[in-house]
Ligand binder design. Structure first.
Ligand code: MN
Length: 334
């Protein structure tokens, strides 16, 4: 049980509070941060939600009154310099804050790590509130607000619902727990439009994304008796499909849905001598150890890494690590 009362006290002692989440933000990071923004705003705090990326169009509905800001030096530097406190949601790794993290360090802003990813014991955080059993960071926001007796309002509930829905694959992934469903019931009672949120988040794909997916499906590879399905994306494929980086989100989940596939692996060549590697597991194999061996991290069944080198170099290395890990885990089962 986390000491939510202590977080409540810390918040009580702060006047200016910065909220943020990881680059390329998702529904959990944005939903958690917006829910907390509405709470802090209601108790009279001067708070701002600033992150480093462009806001994805499918999360625009969380942006009432333009509370979600993309970092710009001239708009934000002097405000951040005066902050007492930063609360960082769902970040996994301080590094993923990018410029926001640099500003926090530069101005010695006391930063709280509010997350369900493993604790990396990063000294740049002054306090950690970590619950790896939480399906979503949004579940932790809910627990915090309940503990300090805050009534959920519709804007708070929209954020929490979006966070939990996206991190549980709409209440389907193995991490889905009883609290997730309790949260859903409560949010529905408050008036959250669950089907509208679902459609906005998931039925909002661009034709470019579909054309890239078609290319991937045509070039899908399997190993380990079909239990590992892997695919690669390079800049040429991106150009051909007219796709943008964000379009690749969700592809690994989709590939994992193939019958017999236990682990989906994506390797995306950024075009600058780095590759983004992504693992998704159905639950038979733990894959964050593989990500860790590549200097990445994540959850047991959803993890990733950034690996130096172009695709031709990274691919054999990653495949070897993945195959080795699956074989090892198989041997341990039998
Ligand atoms: Mn999350």
């Amino acid at each position: 049980m986390l000491d939510w009362k202590s977080l409540h006290n810390t918040i009580g002692g702060a006047a200016k509070i910065l909220l943020s989440t990881h680059e390329n933000p998702d529904g959990d990071g944005l939903g958690s941060a917006t829910a907390m923004w509405h709470y802090l705003n209601s108790i009279g705090k001067d708070c701002r939600l600033i992150h480093t990326s462009e806001l994805p169009i499918e999360y625009e509905f969380l942006n009432y009154n333009n509370i979600i800001e993309t970092y710009k030096a001239k708009n934000h530097d002097s405000w951040i310099a005066e902050c007492d406190l930063a609360i960082i949601f769902d970040v996994g790794d301080f590094q993923r804050l990018r410029i926001i993290g640099e500003k926090i360090t530069l101005n010695s802003v006391s930063a709280i790590n509010f997350d369900h990813h493993p604790d990396l014991k990063d000294k740049r955080f002054s306090q950690n509130y970590i619950n790896m059993n939480a399906a979503a960071t949004g579940e932790m926001v809910y627990n915090f607000l309940k503990t300090v007796d805050v009534q959920l309002t519709l804007p708070i509930a929209n954020g929490i619902y979006t966070a939990v829905m996206t991190d549980t694959g709409s209440f389907c992934y193995s991490n889905t727990n009883e609290t997730c469903h309790q949260i859903a019931i409560e949010c529905l009672n408050i008036g959250v439009d669950h089907s509208k949120i679902y459609q906005t988040v998931y039925e909002n794909r661009s034709p470019a994304q579909m054309s890239l997916l078609a290319d991937i499906l045509n070039n899908l590879d399997y190993s380990e008796n079909g239990e590992l399905a892997w695919f690669t994306i390079d800049q040429e494929m991106m150009k051909k499909a007219n796709a943008i980086k964000k379009d690749i989100d969700g592809f690994s989940d989709f590939i994992r849905s193939i019958r017999g596939v236990e682990v989906a692996l994506m390797i995306f060549d950024n075009g600058n001598e780095t590759c983004r590697v992504n693992f998704r597991s159905k639950g038979k194999y733990i894959i964050n150890d593989i990500a860790k061996s590549l200097s990445g991290g994540g959850h047991k069944f959803a993890a990733g890494a950034m690996v130096k080198g172009s695709l031709s170099k990274v691919l054999p290395k990653v495949l070897a690590e993945a195959n080795k890990s699956l074989v090892n885990q198989d041997n341990n089962f039998s």
